[in-house]
Structure formats: structure tokens, C-alpha cells
Design a protein around this ligand. Structure first.
Ligand SMILES: *[C@@H]1O[C@H](CO)[C@@H](O)[C@H](O)[C@H]1NC(C)=O
Ligand SMILES: *[C@@H]1O[C@H](CO)[C@@H](O)[C@H](O)[C@H]1NC(C)=O
Ligand SMILES: *[C@@H]1O[C@H](CO)[C@@H](O)[C@H](O)[C@H]1NC(C)=O
Ligand SMILES: *[C@@H]1O[C@H](CO)[C@@H](O)[C@H](O)[C@H]1NC(C)=O
Length: 450
């Protein structure tokens, strides 16, 4: 593929300047390419999603740094950013990738909480139109979760065909916020497809992970006022006002007025943010808006040399959020995917991890427990009765873990919406131990039952 070709050229270029780039890796860089060689993905490229158009999903893959298993058995995590329309390069450079940067001199540093220490990590810019992904026409951008899942399935199966050495690696789909809906819908889609595909064609899906996710927006929206009230952010009168706004969003959702429901839900959150004078509802402990690096990320990813490194066409403009994608999925935002989570749990073949940062007002612990307890899944009573265990990392309190059979929920202390950025080491311990079923994520449910 064209992009692979680009990538090979860029490796050759990088190698010849290896010495120069390395000396600049940890310092700010005046060289043409501030993206240090160590931070380059192992592979990048495009995965076509449509045989009759040029629409394709961009991927950046980082191999495990220190897998304890042979690579052919090393788990593969797929990361899907939310939005809708936010690029997964955000998750890569701010949250879970091996290298991060956080100031405008583009000083990269190794991420001690990287998720590719023990696992391969595949970032997909999803859906088409997002980040470096290509939508050949606006009309091809999916407008619902089924459309998203169809394209993701095409992309993932193409990746496995192009790279047969990945065929037997256990796959975990992970994602955050609105990306939680992508995670669930592609998981559900794979489950259905696997049921009719032959052994050799199946996708080896073993787990899905939803971080601070939107899953059942109607139920979640109805909880913001109570959460803010009990956090001391609003008084009783404000709570009642906010509850009226919430009711509007709920009623519109029940009447299937989808876009209006999304408007109403946005109104609830902006009203709450205003009432409480919050810098951001992603983390109500922050006194000022903490996410300044967005502009620098945009500058970095639009540099010609960086695009060359990533194997993307220089004429593509990278944006953190794509407004066409947001518009296409706007009416989807209040639609529930809870029934798909129930199906995944029922399958007994896919494990489900939910996690939330304690200080997230958008999709935090209260919002998630509210929909979880309404699930129509055979294990829900046992799950609700399972002991909520105190979770420690290196002897320090990190949060709480509740688990029954294939369902695990984690509340991560001292973190907001972007848990892996706020608590890198604890988030890393969580994902590694949950995937490998170690420690508290081992056979907790059975211990609790006894
Ligand atoms: C593929 O592209 C064609 C031409 O733009 C479009 O009509 C069709 O809906 C697309 N199919 C999918 C699955 O996106
Ligand atoms: C990988 O393992 C080596 C040897 O045990 C160790 O020195 C190194 O720090 C590890 N790297 C990471 C990223 O964990
Ligand atoms: C890059 O995109 C431009 C504009 O779409 C196109 O004309 C050109 O052929 C592309 N270059 C490559 C190498 O794909
Ligand atoms: C699993 O449970 C058994 C029986 O209670 C116990 O002996 C074993 O140590 C547990 N394993 C883990 C990883 O917790």
C-alpha cells in the first residue's frame, strides 16, 4: 500500500539521521521532525472499509515493549477514541501510547503508564473522516452504531489478513467516553459474525473495555444533578432546576426525538458547568481547563515531516475533532447500546471491563452504576451483591473493584474522564492485571461468593 511505502521511506530517512534524532529525543527539537524515532509506531497504514470507494481507516500500531509471551500469543488491544469524531492520536499521545508530550516545545517523554508494555496496541481513527482516516464522501460517514461497526469490522479483518501473524492473538477492544459505544457495537458485531463464520475466519475477540463510557445515555443523563449535589457543587434549588432540564432530555429520548435529545443533554451539562463555575465537567477538581495541549497536538500532527513518519498524505489536515463526523452521529448520541453489553455478557466468551475516574461528572461512577444495575443479564443480582473490593497498587489505595463472572467494574480514585492520563500507573496496573486475570482481577468473584 501507498502508506506502507511511505512508512518504509520514512524509516530509511529516520535511520540515516538516527544519531541526530536520538540526541534530540528528550529535548525540544529544532530538527524538521520533532517526533522522536522511539515514538514512531511499529506500523501505520490504511484499512479500506468500502470496496467501491477510497474510504479507509488510519491505523497506528505499537508492538508490546516487554511481552512475557511469544508475540503470536501476546494480547492485542485496539483503542477507539470517542467524540464522536475525536482522533485516537489523542489517546496515543496523551493517554496510553508509549510516548507522550505535554508542552509546546514538543518535548516527548516515555509514558510510564503505557498500555503497550505487555500488549500490542492498535490505534484506529474511527469512524472514517476522523483524524487521519479518509471519508471519500460525507455521505459515507456512518450515522449509527451498526454503520460504525460494519466499517470497523472491515478494518479489523483487513488488518488481520494483511498481517497474518496477528491471527491468533487475543483481541481486546478498548475505548473511552462516546468511544464506549463503538467498543460495544463492534464487540456485538464480531459476536454475531463469529457465530456464522468458519473457525479460520473468526476474530479472536476475548474482551471489551469501556472507560468513562456513554452506554445508556437516557439513564446516565438523569443522574448529573444528584451527583453534583452530593459533591457539594450545587444546592437543593439548583438541583431541582437541573432535574427539570434532565427530564426534558429523558422525555425527548423516550419520544425518539434524537437530535433534540442530544441538544437537551448538552444543555444539562453546560448549565451544570455554569452553575458550579467548573473549569471542566471532565474533572470537577480542576480549577482551570487542563487540556491546553490540544493546540500543540494539532500543530505537531500537521507538520509535513510528522505526516511522512506516519505514512499519511501531506494534503490531509489533521483535526482533533472532526465536525462532519460529529454531525453524522449527532442523532445517535442518546441511543442506548446497553442491550449489546447484555449480549456480550451472555455469550460467556467475552469479558467486559468498565472503569471510571472518581471525579468525572460526565460518565463517572454514579452514571455507570445507574445503567449497570438495570441490565437484563442473568448474573446481575450476583454482580450487585458481589463485594466491592478495595484495590491497591504497590500498597497504596487505587480504587475499588467489583466483579462477577465476566463483568468487572473499577472506580479509579483521583482521576477524571481521562483516567490513563490522570492515573497512569494505576490504569496500567488495571489493564494488565485484568487482561492477564492476575491479583484482584483473578478469581475474585468466586472468592467473594465463598
Ligand atoms: C460504499 O461507498 C458507496 C459509494 O460512495 C456508498 O454508496 C455505500 O453506501 C458505501 N458502503 C458502505 C458500507 O459504507
Ligand atoms: C523491559 O524489561 C527490561 C528487562 O527486564 C527492563 O529493563 C525494562 O525497563 C522494561 N521496559 C519496560 C517498558 O517495562
Ligand atoms: C495526496 O492527496 C492528493 C489530494 O487528494 C492527491 O492528489 C495525491 O495523489 C495524494 N498523494 C499520494 C501519494 O497518495
Ligand atoms: C483463586 O482462588 C483459589 C481458591 O480460593 C485460591 O487458592 C487462588 O489463590 C486464587 N487465585 C488468585 C489469582 O486469586
Amino acid at each position: 500500500m501507498e502508506s506502507t511505502h511511505f512508512f518504509i521511506i520514512s524509516i530509511a530517512i529516520s535511520l540515516s539521521f538516527c544519531f541526530i534524532i536520538q540526541t534530540h529525543a528528550l529535548a525540544s527539537s529544532n530538527s524538521n521532525n520533532p517526533f522522536p524515532k522511539e515514538a514512531h509506531p511499529t506500523k501505520t497504514g490504511y484499512l479500506p472499509v468500502n470496496t467501491t470507494s477510497s474510504s479507509a481507516i488510519f491505523y497506528a500500531f505499537y508492538e508490546a515493549q516487554n511481552s512475557t509471551l511469544p508475540l503470536s500469543q501476546t494480547p492485542l488491544l485496539i483503542w477507539l477514541q470517542g467524540g464522536p469524531g475525536t482522533s485516537s492520536m489523542f489517546g496515543n499521545l496523551y493517554e496510553v501510547g508509549p510516548w507522550t508530550f505535554s508542552d509546546k516545545s514538543f518535548t516527548f517523554r516515555p509514558n510510564s503508564g503505557a498500555w503497550n508494555r505487555l500488549f500490542g496496541l492498535l490505534f484506529l481513527d474511527n469512524p472514517i473522516g476522523t483524524g487521519f482516516s479518509v471519508a471519500s464522501s460525507i455521505n459515507e460517514i456512518p450515522t449509527d452504531e451498526k454503520g460504525v461497526a460494519k466499517h470497523l469490522f472491515a478494518a479489523i479483518t483487513t488488518f488481520l489478513k494483511l498481517h497474518p501473524e496477528f491471527k491468533h492473538r487475543p483481541i481486546y477492544i478498548t475505548g473511552e467516553s462516546y468511544g464506549g459505544k463503538y467498543v460495544v457495537s463492534i464487540g456485538y458485531y464480531i459476536l454475531k459474525e463469529n457465530a456464522r463464520l468458519s473457525d479460520s475466519e473468526r476474530v479472536n475477540l476475548v474482551g471489551v473495555t469501556i472507560g468513562d463510557g456513554s452506554t445508556d445515555p437516557e439513564i446516565q443523563t438523569a443522574t448529573h444533578a444528584t451527583t453534583a449535589y452530593h459533591a457539594g457543587l450545587i444546592n437543593d434549588k439548583q438541583k431541582e432546576e437541573l432535574e427539570k432540564n434532565q427530564m426534558e432530555a429523558v422525555t425527548l429520548t423516550q419520544n425518539l426525538k434524537w437530535s433534540e435529545a442530544t441538544d437537551a443533554q448538552t444543555k444539562v451539562l453546560t448549565r451544570l458547568q455554569k452553575m458550579a463555575g467548573l473549569a471542566t465537567f471532565y474533572d470537577y477538581t480542576r480549577k482551570d481547563h487542563p487540556y491546553h495541549f490540544k493546540d500543540w497536538m494539532t500543530e505537531l500532527l500537521n507538520m509535513a515531516e510528522v505526516k511522512k513518519t506516519l505514512g499519511v498524505n501531506e494534503s490531509l489536515v489533521w483535526a482533533l475533532h472532526n465536525s462532519d463526523v460529529k454531525a453524522a452521529l449527532y442523532a445517535d448520541m442518546m441511543k442506548s447500546v446497553k442491550f449489546m453489553v447484555e449480549e456480550l455478557l451472555r455469550s460467556n466468551s467475552v469479558r467486559v471491563l468498565l472503569y471510571q475516574g472518581q471525579w468525572d461528572l460526565l460518565d463517572g461512577p454514579v452514571q455507570v452504576e445507574a445503567w449497570v444495575k438495570t441490565m437484563e443479564w442473568e448474573g446481575i443480582v450476583e454482580y450487585m451483591n458481589a463485594e466491592r473490593k478495595i484495590w491497591k497498587v504497590n500498597g497504596e489505595l487505587a480504587g475499588y473493584v467489583q466483579q462477577w463472572k465476566s463483568l468487572t467494574n473499577v472506580v479509579v480514585l483521583d482521576g477524571g474522564h481521562y483516567v490513563p492520563a490522570d492515573q497512569p500507573l494505576n490504569a496500567q496496573a488495571m489493564i494488565e492485571d485484568w487482561v492477564l486475570q492476575r491479583g484482584i482481577f483473578g478469581n475474585l468473584s468466586y472468592v467473594a461468593y465463598m
